[in-house]
Ligand binder design. Structure first.
Ligand SMILES: Nc1ncnc2c1ncn2[C@@H]1O[C@H](COP(=O)(O)OP(=O)(O)OP(=O)(O)O)[C@@H](O)[C@H]1O
Ligand SMILES: C[C@@](O)(CCO)CC(=O)[O-]
Ligand SMILES: [Mg+2]
Length: 444
């Protein structure tokens, strides 16, 4: 069983696709993937993605392995892949043709692409069951978090990746994270079309990153921001779904029509991220009341949002949230992720009275918006191997039923041993924190 976090882009969405810098942090909302061996004589591969209503099986022997075993085709096994191989995509398309809806189709495509390149004809028959607490298509990196899960699980299953172990050095962990991230990027390409790689990078490594890929032919420059401050953030979902691929394509079209103007907007976004990074890295940085640093970060958030509006990626519902927050005077707001709906973040002023925040909460929820309680800067990809839990002091294999019933269940407090599993009133429940039951690749 593996898991990986969603993310918040604090500065630099969209411009990051054009080689500009972005700052992103991992969220405490996560996706979880369980791989269960399928017993029986039929050699099947089953995808169970109940969040999007996908339940589909293929016979392993009927998959187009020949297309995927062209000599030399697997030479890039661990390397970064820059673009999808159109022959491979063409071979997969008929396999997903009868799956209804683009949301399901691209998720199945991402899985099959990775499975066919990373796996082999002799792979054991398995079910891949995925559940996520990251809202889908809301700007919080749901696609990246599932891509990281799929990449890690498949490479672990095929024996090409080590599980994290105590004593693993930082450079060994970095290598494994790189392998996971490279293939998560492939998943993102299947889902997004033209991803920058920032989402999968922060979901893989966790914490927070400064990310920039100035030259598309070279790997990105990634600075892990271990000292990322605990910023007081309000995260609100418009609940208006949208597709990142469509929004990214919209910016590309604007660029082709108004090239120099759009380029200068993207340039300014780069300056914003760089300035924010230097503020956060200031040795005197403080986010407490009266500190000028938070105001400056807030102003940069406001300017960044204004530029995103000018790129055409805001939405009336995002503007409504901003209006309500501005009216309450509690902080600075911008969209996060691809925009067009999805979520906004507000950097809260430290000295705001609780009663004003409570009033704002009521207004937001009356208008159908959803607020998330989450923390930033959490762990990246995690592995629970073998997938066993402690039930009544016995180790039991986590079954698909237990997994489906337990992931995302609220109120699993009352720690009875980290990651222990037991019968709650409503069925199987993880008591305690799934994430802390896993092992993680640590960089420092
Ligand atoms: N829980 C899930 N189960 C199955 N597929 C999922 C799940 N979450 C995301 N996906 C896949 O990812 C797609 C959404 O990705 P998209 O990039 O459009 O939005 P996002 O990643 O949530 O937002 P952003 O890219 O702005 O952070 C869905 O259409 C689906 O194919
Ligand atoms: C809009 C975008 O910049 C962020 C999506 O979370 C796209 C990307 O970086 O791949
Ligand atoms: Mg995405």
């Amino acid at each position: 069983m593996v898991s990986a976090p969603g993310k918040v882009i604090v500065y630099g969405e969209h411009s990051v696709v054009y080689g500009k810098a972005a700052i992103a942090a991992a969220l405490s909302l996560r996706s979880y993937l369980l791989v269960t061996p399928l017993l029986g004589i039929t050699r099947k591969l089953t995808l169970r993605f109940p969040d999007i209503g996908l339940d589909h099986s293929w016979h392993i022997d009927s998959l187009p392995w020949d297309t995927f075993s062209v000599p030399g085709e697997k030479k890039f096994y661990f390397d970064a892949v820059e673009r999808l191989d159109t022959n491979l995509v063409d071979a997969i398309n008929p396999l997903v043709a009868d799956i209804p809806g683009n949301v399901r189709k691209v998720a199945a495509l991402a899985f099959l692409y990775m499975y066919l390149v990373l796996g082999s004809k002799d792979a054991p028959a398995s079910a891949y069951t995925l559940r996520s607490t990251v809202p889908i298509g809301a700007g919080l990196g749901s696609s990246a978090s599932i891509s990281v899960c799929l990449s890690a699980a498949l490479q672990l299953q095929m024996g090409t990746l080590d599980t994290p172990y105590s004593g693993m050095t930082a450079s060994e962990a970095l290598l494994e994270l790189k392998r996971i991230n490279n293939w998560a990027f492939v998943g993102e390409m299947c889902i997004h079309g033209n991803p920058s790689g920032v989402d999968n990078t922060v979901s893989t490594g966790g914490r927070a990153v400064l990310f920039k890929r100035a030259d598309p032919t070279l790997p990105p420059q990634v600075t892990h921001l271990s000292g990322f401050p605990e910023l007081p953030l309000l995260l609100v979902n418009t609940k208006h779904p949208r597709s990142t691929a469509v929004l990214v394509a919209g910016v590309r079209s604007l660029l082709s029509k108004h090239e120099s103007i759009t380029r200068s907007v993207l340039e300014t976004m780069d300056l914003i991220t760089i300035e924010a990074h230097s503020i956060i890295c200031d040795p005197d940085f403080s986010s407490s009341a009266g500190s000028p640093y938070l105001d400056r970060l807030g102003e940069l958030i406001r300017i960044n949002h204004g530029l995103l509006i000018s790129l055409g990626v805001s939405h009336p519902k995002l503007e409504r949230i901003r209006e309500l927050v501005d009216h309450a005077g509690v902080g600075w707001t911008k969209l996060t992720g691809a925009g067009g709906g999805g979520c906004s973040i507000t950097l809260l002023r430290p000295d705001v009275e609780q009663s004003i925040l409570d009033e704002l909460d009521v207004k937001l929820s009356n208008e159908g918006f959803e607020k998330y309680k989450t923390t930033l800067g959490g762990d990246g990809v995690g592995v629970l191997w073998p997938a066993v839990a402690n039930v009544d002091n016995k180790e039991v294999q986590i079954t698909e039923d237990m997994f489906l019933a337990a992931v995302g269940v609220e109120g699993a407090e009352g720690l009875v041993g980290v990651g222990a599993l037991g019968k709650g009133d409503t069925g199987w429940k993880f008591w305690g924190d799934l994430v802390s039951a896993e092992s993680h690749f640590t960089l420092h």
